[in-house]
Design a protein around this ligand. Structure first.
Ligand code: NAD
Length: 478
């Protein structure tokens, strides 16, 4: 099928006011960094510099933790839970009111299509605040004892793939449970977190309840190892997660880790193939594959391999890659030059190891960081592209004959964050779900998220859960 010609439909940038430079949000105010260091955040689609952002050093992290401690002791922990809930509802409503602005800003800073930031990231971020606002005054009914208390100051570090959404996953449950926070956004996507700081001011949140410190790995390290932090929540790579686990061992700090993944998306011969193909595309090309739970390994039953692959290739020819702010765009920019280099390196390794590489015809913009949707066939379990997380729009296709073989191949990974099963048989779904070592198993769908549904990993994908009743436990002294 030929692509329709669409006229460009770019979302206007006018709704966003980006300041030339941003300070750190500490104690309810934007302040200068102690040692005057700064870094630039750029649009990965155009390489345009968007703003200069302060790099927080250890003295700044110290100030932020002290502000969070003071707010914890003076106001937040002792506040009647129903009043905490009011602040969370207020934040949720402001996120909704400023949704268009936040969506445009997210697409500019991250490179993701506006369709996704507008329809997924921002509405889900608001939903997390609404959901946890509801919990704030009902914690004694959450199943963690009659009077579960907060932990204290939470140090939270998040990645760049869903900047505002990951912030919401971290801040909403922490605040609902009575903790105060110091959050560090990723260095390539700090802008929506800094706008969230403005939202905290707008909501009249007591100063110091939320503090945002910007910077890279060094700032993150200073935060998670700070002795004034009682609880650490980290989402990011398995490598850094391991380093944090080592650094925190024996300190008594509570730790939850949401790390990498290499999910299997498993298609049985009786699956509705057209729906499954949509699920495969959504599973790996949503958000340029920058998704920890992406369905990066497609396992197809041999009997329908040709049919699924033909249908998948046909579908991929219709994807539009380009300007993230265009409402017709399906695939946006890769978030950074470093991530692009990693995707290229692993894809080249796939070819060198003997897998066959295919991409639909697509023109890549000259400026910015881009990688075409890519499918590897003839992949064996030993290939690096079947074992390592690529975190890009690259799908590795393997086959199987029996359900037992599908389970064995799906579980043959150091990760265990998610999996997908496509079949008409409910009994097979349950049989598979009981055997797949993955925190989330989707049946006849993929990449579906809801604040009430716990999310988290097995094995090297981390520990602890975020979302739902289970996710509250990480922020309560139980
Ligand atoms: P990363 O681990 O390099 O960085 C993540 C965050 O940690 C960033 O804010 C970074 O500045 C900070 N950081 C880096 N070194 C640090 C250190 N030594 N101490 C403390 N903080 C440090 O990961 P990334 O490449 O930015 O993100 C992609 C990774 O995140 C992927 O592996 C992906 O699977 C994972 N991820 C997991 C989930 C999940 O919920 N499981 C969700 C999104 C992304």
């Amino acid at each position: 099928m030929a692509k329709f010609d669409y006229a460009p439909a770019p979302e206007s940038r006018d709704i966003v006011t980006i300041r030339p430079s941003y300070g750190l949000f500490i104690g309810g105010e934007f302040t200068h960094g102690t040692d005057g260091r700064a870094f630039k955040t750029i649009s990965p689609a155009t390489e345009e510099v968007l703003a200069e952002v302060t790099e927080a050093g250890p003295a700044d992290v110290d100030r932020a933790v002290a502000a969070a401690r003071a707010a914890y002791q003076r106001t937040w922990a002792g506040m009647p839970p129903k009043d905490r809930a009011k602040y969370l509802y207020r934040i949720a409503r402001i996120v909704q009111e400023r949704a268009r602005e936040l969506a445009v800003l997210e697409s500019l800073d991250n490179g993701k299509p506006i369709r996704e930031s507008r329809d997924v990231d921002i509405p889900l971020a608001a939903a997390h605040f609404f959901y946890h606002a509801g919990w704030a005054d009902k914690l004694e009914y959450a199943g963690f004892g009659p009077a579960p208390g907060p932990l204290g100051v939470a140090g939270q570090v998040i990645p760049w793939n869903f900047p505002l959404l990951m912030l919401a996953w971290k801040i909403a449950p922490a605040l609902a449970c009575g903790n105060t926070v110091v959050l560090k956004p990723a260095e390539t996507t700090p802008l929506t977190a800094l706008t969230f700081a403005e939202i905290c001011q707008q909501a009249d949140l007591p100063p110091g309840v939320v503090n945002i410190v910007t910077g890279a790995g060094e700032t993150g390290r200073a935060l998670v190892t700070h002795p004034g932090v009682d609880k650490v929540a980290f989402t990011g790579s398995t490598e850094v997660g391991k380093e944090i686990a080592r650094a925190l061992a024996g300190t008594g700090k509570r730790l939850t880790l949401e790390l990498g993944g290499k999910a299997a998306n498993i298609v049985f011969e009786d699956a509705p193939i057209d729906q499954a193909v949509e699920g495969i595309v959504n599973g790996i090309f949503f958000n340029q594959g920058h998704v920890c739970c992406a369905g990066s390994r497609l396992l197809v039953q041999e009997s329908v391999y040709d049919q699924v692959l033909a249908s998948l290739r046909r579908r991929l020819r219709t994807l539009r890659l380009g300007d993230p702010l265009d409402k017709n765009t399906d695939v946006g920019a890769i978030n950074s030059a470093a991530q692009l280099a990693k995707i290229r390196e692993l894809s080249d390794a796939g070819e060198a190891e003997g897998a066959r590489r295919w991409s639909p015809p697509c023109e890549l913009p000259v400026k910015g960081f881009w990688f075409p949707p890519t499918v590897f066939t003839g992949v064996s379990q030993a290939h690096r592209i079947a074992r390592e997380e690529i975190f890009g729009p690259v799908l590795s296709v393997l086959t199987f004959r029996t359900p037992a073989e599908a389970v064995e191949k799906a579980n043959n990974t150091p990760y265990g964050l998610s999996a997908g099963v496509w079949t008409e048989k409910g009994s097979l779904i349950l049989w598979m779900a009981a055997r797949l070592r993955a925190g989330v198993v989707w049946a006849n769908t993929f990449n579906k998220f809801d604040p009430s549904s716990p999310f988290g990993g097995y094995k090297e994908s981390g520990y602890g859960r975020e979302g739902g009743r289970h996710g509250l436990e990480a922020y309560l002294d139980v």
